[in-house]
Ligand binder design. Structure first.
Ligand code: ATP
Ligand code: MG
Length: 650
């Protein structure tokens, strides 16, 4: 089908999975009718809809206007005052949750810490007072460069408590990337540690901070948590140990009454498509989005033990390790280390150990664990699990099915959640007690969210026709701006389709109104007049039993316009061969047709990924044509992969 204004869709996945009556009966949203009622209410009167939900948060003073929309700038709950840390902690202390586990933390070496809500309150107050003692005030920025240890959650909540805007930088970033981000936010304080554990080794963080701070004149103080005990250099007058700083600090600290629109945090995007953007999130609107989606999508209840494996350095960790879960009074599991250390069974052993009920991870992790085979998950019971989730990339139906069968025992619904750093909260996802799922589809919008697939002219695309994914109305947890660069905010998100937020992703909507994200529009290939997304061809490749992971890119071709090059990682035990290449090309042709058949298949042990685990196709495009990489590669996880891929070319 010729489709010049949109993207041609070729995936043909027809399986459906209904929620079980037993699950639905106990769920927060129990049926499609209940879901539709919420959607209708939001459509009819968005202000009243959001206002009624916002009443579930504690307010110090009420808002006057629900939404002040001055495109493309939105303000929500204008005039209201509240505090995120108060909503995540203090309000749970007045009842039985006081002694409930807020955070169950496990370090990679196996050490464990459990913080009840009462414990968390004390630690956060002490930390907030310590920050104040260092001269930070409401409106200042603090950069946080920590491993996944409790102090990370404590620090972010302490900042929220006193109105300091936090900027968390993932611990895997280099000194240069760290320096850029500290300078962009002009942070006064950097909080780090003497390292953290990953794959049995100590990742040094302090040395990187020392290097970064040399070129970051705004930084007055570096606070260092002792995690590993390795010797680190402490600079006189600038550096201070966390435990020394906390000593003697009062364990009570008032939660500031902050404007709804007060900037809670700045977070830089993963950098999959280019230079990361400093996304700014607000106080009330952000928390409302994170809180409601945690309840609707994860069906979070007081009896659940919930585990999201994302690092808090990414938005998933902000919204669904910390803020959204604690706002509901939930129990969140936090893990410091690598998923495969000391064995590929680590995650599954932890699921059993803590009786995890809800488990949320990324397709990249699922594919990596699938590649290692079923023997590892089979060594654990996994019987406590009741719900599984994924986020970060489109999940290929084969990986979805593996997750469903091998991890979920065929009994757990899967929520494939589509959202972005910019959206603050989940936007498109099944509600597990209501929505029938289809492998590879993020299904339906969250109530109150209005996505649409449009063609290049902004006209709604026909059913099952690929196009551009936009959001048509503002929503409470949307980003407010790009830090220090409102022009970039306008240009990046609001200029392609007037009046709409443009996500940068391609998608199609099927006959049931289900959304299928097809990949990023930057990665779309123009093959013989068809514009093809990456997800569908990659999914066809991954559906071949020998394949664990695949990435496809376009390469200029005189005849076809673009030739399809597929980079393929095999499952353990599989050998690359010319025969396999031919078989895989034939497989794709059979699955989706000759237009999608790769012209070239290249086997590789690994694919280049961002530090958040997403495939960086723009780098593969450079490799496919033998070009030097010019774009930003600071977010690349492993530089040696690029060198290796280039070598394979020679
Ligand atoms: P940058 O914007 O700097 O290139 P990034 O887009 O990778 O980085 P994130 O905000 O972490 O940064 O990722 C959001 C993107 O991840 C989405 O736009 C989409 O492409 C992809 N994504 C997330 N969840 C899903 C999902 N469930 N299905 C398909 N794609 C998803
Ligand atoms: Mg993005």
């Amino acid at each position: 089908m010729q489709n010049e204004k949109g993207i041609t869709s070729v995936l043909n996945e027809r399986r459906k999975f209904k929620p079980s009556p037993a699950f639905s009966r106990l769920a927060h949203v129990k049926s499609m009718q209940a879901y539709k009622r919420l959607c209708k209410a939001a459509e009819r009167n968005p202000d009243a809809f959001w206002a009624s939900l916002a009443k579930e948060m504690d307010w110090f003073s009420p808002w006057k206007t629900v939404c002040d929309w001055n495109p493309p700038f939105a303000k929500w709950f204008v005039g209201g005052k509240m505090n995120v840390a108060h909503n995540c902690i203090d309000r749970h202390l007045i009842g039985w949750r006081k002694n409930k586990a807020a955070i169950i933390w496990e370090g990679e070496p196996g050490d464990v810490r459990v913080l009840t809500y009462q414990d968390l309150y004390r630690e956060v107050c002490i930390c907030a007072n310590a920050l104040k003692s260092q001269g930070v005030k409401k409106g200042d920025r603090v950069s946080i460069y920590l491993p996944m240890i409790p102090e990370l959650a404590i620090t972010m909540l302490a900042c929220a408590r006193i109105g300091v805007t936090h900027s968390i930088i993932f611990g895997g970033f280099s000194a240069v990337a760290l320096c850029d981000r500290i300078n962009d936010a002009s942070a006064k304080i950097v909080i780090t540690s003497d390292g953290g554990y990953r794959k049995g080794e100590i990742v040094d963080l302090k040395e990187k901070v020392d290097e970064a701070v040399l070129k970051a004149p705004s930084v007055q103080r570096v606070v260092v948590v002792r995690r590993t005990g390795i010797p680190v250099a402490m600079k006189e007058g600038r550096d201070i140990w966390w435990h020394d700083l906390m000593k003697g600090m009062p364990d009570r600290c008032k939660a500031e009454a902050l404007d709804s629109e007060h900037p809670l945090f700045i977070l830089y995007t993963s950098g999959t498509t280019g230079k990361p953007k400093g996304v700014v999130h607000s106080t009330a609107g952000y928390l409302l989005g994170a809180m409601m989606t945690s309840r609707w999508v994860f069906d979070l209840k007081d009896t659940d033990t919930y585990w999201c494996t994302a690092d808090i350095g990414w938005v998933t960790g902000h919204s669904y390790v910390v803020y959204g879960i604690l706002a509901n009074g939930g129990t969140t599991v936090m893990y410091e280390g690598a998923p495969t250390y000391p064995t590929p069974g680590r995650l599954w052993e932890m699921v059993d150990k803590y009786h995890v009920n809800i488990f949320y991870t990324a397709p990249t992790a699922i594919r990596a664990l699938m590649k290692l085979g079923d023997t590892w998950p089979k060594q654990s019971r996994l019987s406590s699990l009741r719900l599984l989730g994924t986020v970060g990339e489109p999940i290929n139906p084969t990986a979805w099915t593996w997750y469903h069968k091998v991890i979920g025992g065929g009994r757990c619904p899967i929520v494939d959640t589509w959202w972005q750093t910019e959206t603050g909260a989940i936007m498109i996802s099944p509600l597990p007690g209501a929505t029938e799922t289809k492998p590879g589809s993020a299904t339906l919008p969250i109530p109150g969210i209005f996505p649409e697939v449009v063609d290049r002219d902004g006209v709604k695309a026909a059913t099952n026709t690929g196009g551009y994914l936009v959001i048509k109305r503002p929503w409470p947890s949307m980003l407010r701006t790009v830090w220090g660069d409102p022009k970039r905010y306008e240009k990046q998100y609001w200029s392609d389709f007037p009046g709409c937020y443009f996500t940068g992703d391609g998608a199609r909507c099927d006959q049931d109104g289900y959304f299928w994200v097809m990949g990023r529009v930057d990665d779309v290939m123009n093959v013989s007049g068809h514009r093809l997304g990456t997800m569908e061809i990659e999914s066809a490749l991954v559906s071949a039993p020998a394949v664990a992971e695949a990435a496809v890119v376009g390469k200029p071709d005189e005849i076809k316009g673009t030739a399809i090059v597929a980079f393929v990682t095999l499952r353990s035990g599989q050998q690359p061969s010319d025969a396999l290449k031919a078989a895989l090309r034939a497989h794709v042709e059979k699955e989706i047709g000759v237009i999608a058949r790769p012209d070239d298949i290249r086997f590789t042990e690994n694919l280049p990924k961002t530090r958040s685990g997403k495939i960086m196709r723009r780098l593969l495009r450079d490799i496919a044509v033998g070009r030097e990489t010019t774009g930003d590669i600071t977010t690349l996880e492993d530089y040696t992969i690029l060198a290796k891929l280039r070598q394979d070319e020679d």
